[in-house]
Design a protein around this ligand. Structure first.
Ligand SMILES: O=P(O)(O)OC[C@H]1O[C@H](O[C@H]2O[C@H](CO)[C@@H](O)[C@H](O)[C@H]2O)[C@H](O)[C@@H](O)[C@@H]1O
Ligand SMILES: O=c1ccn([C@@H]2O[C@H](COP(=O)(O)OP(=O)(O)O)[C@@H](O)[C@H]2O)c(=O)[nH]1
Length: 923
């Protein structure tokens, strides 16, 4: 790490950091090797190092005599909202770290930073109306606010709900002005909307489900019936947040959306401005896909989140669950770095939050806190203090905690009167019936235990239904012997972090639920418990109270190191830096995605041409939509039918003497016959093994090469796997066999496919002359050398021969999944169709490995053409192709349909686009 000893060096470091960030930004000239040499990890490490140096320099400045630290915290007492820099400070173009004391004011001027728009349901301040145009702002209590208040690296603006209904214009105007001084922008939600969106969908549905509590049992019929209206309100509210973001967005801003309240915001933002850098972070757990799929809106929610560039979670488990939900529910591809959809990657990663630990460490030294400490020590004397600080929420496991404490008292009479449990239960979501019920339940249990174990002069549980101010809270943390966190599920749980930060001198014990995200970071020093198992929690309490000072110290040290290094500042910086990087990578990827086909251009060229060749795929290119309502219907999908809206235009095209139309498909002859009975069209079935000419006669290609003695063997294997893989099926064709697991659980299907390949590789057909093509969700075995590329060539030869074609083909349109680039590769050198020397250059998306005669091709296309071949063709054509084909680049249109990873020149989104294109050509 660089050593800093002069104040000028800070600007050097900041300059370095800015340069590094700039070098991450790839403009048009990204081919400049100097910029792409750095890998993502390299860039992150470098940036991290620079940030650390900056921070340690800052610490050096601020620790001078320790004076300023006290002063900062003095200020906190007067008003927590003063922590937020004002609008004027930002308008000056400088970030001013203002440190106010009774005697002096120090201003630390630095160049302005990147703007960060933090979008969260709740602003860091709640507004309380004091008059028609007069507002009082109070800091909101909660983990999210605590964490984000610690961020100082960015020029942050908050956009969110102020927690109050403001129906009148005067009120809204004055509140906007008040909040602007704190760099906050309100989103005005009316009472009805808040009721449906916040109390309803967010807190009654998403919150319990994400915390594995199931849907609320209280009035569950109403919950189910109200679902749709609540979900609609949720989407409406999210759109309102997005609208405010757009209003305040400036180019280059980073937009960071937070939490389960705002899952639709990334989608709303990207729809309007695809270039906006959008991150989304979830503060709660993301549940297993089995829970997520209960939600009627499961797919819409996932898709909306995936619009973000970066999606963050507290732990790897939550990230894994999210990716798995996307693969299982949306059928997308999960990769080690995120979720991929048609070549677009949404990066998914874990970013464990932290706290502003310095603030707590320093607070312990403040006179106000010391006074509180003295007061509490006097009050509890020699009694051991156990502490619980939670919002009064079902997820916090307060009843379970109380029952465990009761059990402990039952089993340890020697501790009666010697230990006291202080439970701070901050009221939350008090409008929601489940929360009201919980309050009564907790009061009842506290009353019972106090009645049972209390004496005339003392009670074992001090329960408070209220929040504490920052100093009282720090003092409580500091005097505590054992902190008890028994969350049934908790995204992270910052209380456990704050407790550790305040325990530098006492070195108390943290008893921590294994279901809190914090268990993954503080698990080394804490005593981990299963909160449902009250006997275990009770014995952990006993163990904690009796723990030797040596063990306490060691455990505390572990956690203290973690809490003071993994701070909220570090968390935010890492997230934003990763977001910037993700956008850079996405830009690189986008450059590899072919552009959309400009239909007008293709039609214009068609009009000017006289001898056209149109080659079309069938499955998923010309087949009709069968799942209009968004649901996959395996039964209907498996039956391949021509898109009903295509019939007329396709017929017209086929009847035009200047056009030759061919279908090239993996499907068997009978399927193509059924669909194209009445068309003057060329058909290539089973990847071109069979060719039907325009006069409807089938001829067989590759006759010399095809040996089918392996088919029975492979069929046995496929049968075996079909029986063991629900919803998979296999198709036996005349010359190939395909096992398809498109409708099965994706991960299971993939494992089964792997197993199957292993078996095929080493098993009875290992020496057969076959190719095994591994598709996205299929495995196909066919004779070596059979490929669509070859069949295209064969068709071409036959067409030229049959039509006695003398004029050059001056227009080629290829639409489908057979990577028609190979046509271009072959045509210029395709000297004689009569000779069996068709050599196709290898297709880029296929990886080929060979063992004996068995080759395995992995392909990202289900309907891909195989590439190299040495077979002879039975088609004889006397014409010399080079004189017939006059392909100019501009007349060649190859289009992939519904996928972005392709070597085709252009993209079409779906078979509906194909319909539209062919219609225009026909017209
Ligand atoms: O504002 P409320 O609806 O009353 O709720 C308060 C906050 O609760 C949740 O906090 C979560 O965020 C913490 C920080 O990441 C994390 O430690 C904790 O485990 C979570 O429960 C909620 O996610 C926030 O949106 C609320 O503001
Ligand atoms: O009286 C209180 C009790 C709690 N908190 C704060 O509320 C946050 C609780 O965050 P946590 O992550 O533990 O849980 P959440 O409430 O967000 O689910 C912590 O920062 C506490 O300091 C507070 O300011 N006053």
């Amino acid at each position: 790490m660089q050593k800093l000893n002069s104040s000028d060096e800070i600007s050097v470091l900041e300059h370095d950091l800015d340069e590094l960030k700039k070098s991450n930004r790839f403009e048009d000239d990204y081919n400049n090797t100097a910029t792409i040499l750095r890998t993502r990890l390299e860039r992150h490490l470098k940036e991290r190092e620079l940030r650390k140096s900056l921070r340690s320099y800052n610490e050096g400045v601020h620790s001078n005599g320790g004076m300023e630290s006290n002063i900062v915290d003095n200020q906190v007492i007067t008003s927590e909202t003063d922590n937020l820099p004002t609008e004027e400070e930002l308008a000056n173009g400088v970030r001013i770290n203002k440190i106010v004391s009774n005697e002096c004011e120090i201003q630390d001027k630095r160049p302005s930073k990147h703007r960060l728009l933090v979008v969260a349901n709740r602003l860091p301040v709640s507004a309380v109306r004091k008059g028609e145009a007069c507002w009082q702002l109070e800091v909101s209590v909660g983990g999210l606010v605590s964490a984000l208040l610690g961020i100082t690296e960015f020029e942050t603006r908050w956009i969110g709900w102020a927690g109050v209904n403001v129906p009148d214009e005067i009120g809204q105007k004055s509140l906007i002005e008040s909040l602007a001084k704190k760099r906050c922008v309100p989103v005005f939600l009316d009472e009805d909307l808040v009721h449906l969106y916040y109390n309803g969908y967010c807190n009654n549905i998403l919150w319990p489900l994400f915390h594995y509590l199931g849907l609320p049992q209280e009035d569950w019929l109403a919950t189910i019936c109200n679902f749709q209206s609540q979900f609609d309100a949720y989407k409406k509210a999210n759109q309102m947040f997005a609208d405010v973001v757009e209003e305040h967005y400036q180019e280059g801003d980073v937009v960071w959306c937070h939490d389960y309240h705002l899952m639709f915001v990334p989608k709303c933002l990207k729809e309007k401005n695809p270039n906006m850098k959008v991150g989304w972070f979830l503060h709660t757990p993301f549940p297993s896909s089995e829970i997520h799929r209960i939600m009627p809106s499961r797919s819409e929610l996932l898709t909306a989140i995936l619009a973000a560039d970066l999606v963050g979670f507290h732990t790897y488990d939550y990230a894994r669950h999210f990716v798995s939900a996307c693969t299982r529910i949306l059928g997308l591809e999960g990769t080690p770095v995120g979720v991929e959809d048609q070549g677009r990657l949404t990066r998914v990663a874990a970013f464990p939050i932290g706290i502003d630990s310095d603030r707590f460490v320093r607070a312990i030294e403040l006179p106000q806190v010391k006074n509180h400490i003295k007061e509490f020590e006097g009050r509890f004397g020699s009694q051991k203090v156990m502490l619980g600080v939670d919002r009064l929420d079902m997820i916090k496991g307060i009843p379970q905690k109380l029952l465990a404490f009761e059990k402990f008292l039952e089993e340890n009479p020697n501790w009666h009167d010697k230990v006291v449990l202080l439970q701070i239960a901050v009221p939350t979501r008090t409008d929601v019936p489940e929360y009201q019920k919980l309050t009564c339940q907790v009061h009842e249990i506290v009353g019972r235990i106090n009645g049972r174990f209390g004496t005339l002069t003392s009670v074992p549980i001090h329960h408070l239904d209220r929040s504490l101010d920052f100093h009282a809270l720090c003092a409580l943390y500091a005097i505590t012997d054992v902190a008890l966190v028994t969350s049934l599920r908790d995204g992270m749980n910052l209380v456990s972090y704050e407790f550790v930060a305040c325990q530098a001198s006492k070195k108390g014990v943290l008893v921590l639920s294994e279901f809190a995200g914090a268990a993954q970071s503080l698990g080394a020093g804490a005593l981990l418990v299963n909160p449902w198992y009250v006997t275990e929690v009770a014995s952990s309490i006993a163990y904690a109270l009796n723990m030797s000072s040596d063990e306490r110290e060691k455990r505390h040290h572990h956690n203290y190191m973690h809490v003071t290094t993994h701070t909220s500042q570090e968390w935010a910086e890492t997230f934003v830096s990763e977001l910037n990087d993700t956008v850079v990578e996405a830009q690189l990827r986008t450059k590899q995605i072919p552009p959309q086909l400009q239909t007008e251009h293709a039609v214009d060229r068609y009009r000017c041409s006289n001898n056209r060749l149109i080659i079309l795929g069938f499955n998923a290119t010309l087949t009709g939509p069968v799942n209009a309502d968004g649901r996959v219907d395996q039964f209907k999908e498996m039956e391949l039918n021509l898109h009903p809206e295509l019939e007329e235009s396709l017929k017209k095209l086929c009847d035009d003497p200047r056009s030759t139309v061919a279908i090239v498909s993996g499907s068997p002859r009978n399927v193509l016959d059924k669909n194209f009975e009445d068309y003057k069209i060329w058909l290539a079935a089973e990847h071109g093994v069979f060719l039907r000419t325009a006069n409807k006669k089938w001829i067989q290609n590759f006759t010399d090469n095809i040996h089918l003695d392996w088919i029975e063997c492979v069929k046995h294997v496929f049968e075996y796997f079909t029986e063991r893989t629900p919803r998979s099926y296999y198709e036996l064709r005349e010359t190939s066999i395909v096992w398809n697991y498109k409708y099965s659980d994706f991960e299971f299907g993939r494992l089964q496919a792997k197993d199957m390949l292993q078996h095929l590789w080493t098993g009875p057909i290992s020496n057969a002359s076959v190719e095994v093509v591994q598709g996205g969700r299929s495995v196909e075995v066919r004779a070596t050398g059979v490929s669509k590329g070859v069949s295209i060539s064969g068709i071409l030869g036959q067409v030229i021969h049959d039509k006695d074609m003398k004029a050059p083909i001056d227009y080629v349109l290829c639409v489908g999944h057979f990577l028609p680039k190979s046509l271009l590769d072959v045509t210029p050198t395709h000297s004689s169709l009569g000779s069996p020397t068709n050599e196709f250059s290898p297709n880029h998306s296929e990886e080929r490995t060979k063992s004996g005669d068995l080759s395995v091709i992995t392909s990202d296309s289900d309907d891909n053409c195989s590439c190299s071949m040495n077979s002879s063709t039975t088609i004889n054509a006397s014409n010399n192709c080079s004189s017939v084909l006059d392909l100019q680049g501009d007349n060649y249109f190859s289009c992939a349909v519904g996928r972005k990873r392709s070597t085709a020149r252009y993209l079409l989104n779906s078979s509906a686009d194909v319909v539209a294109l062919l219609r225009k050509l026909a017209d």
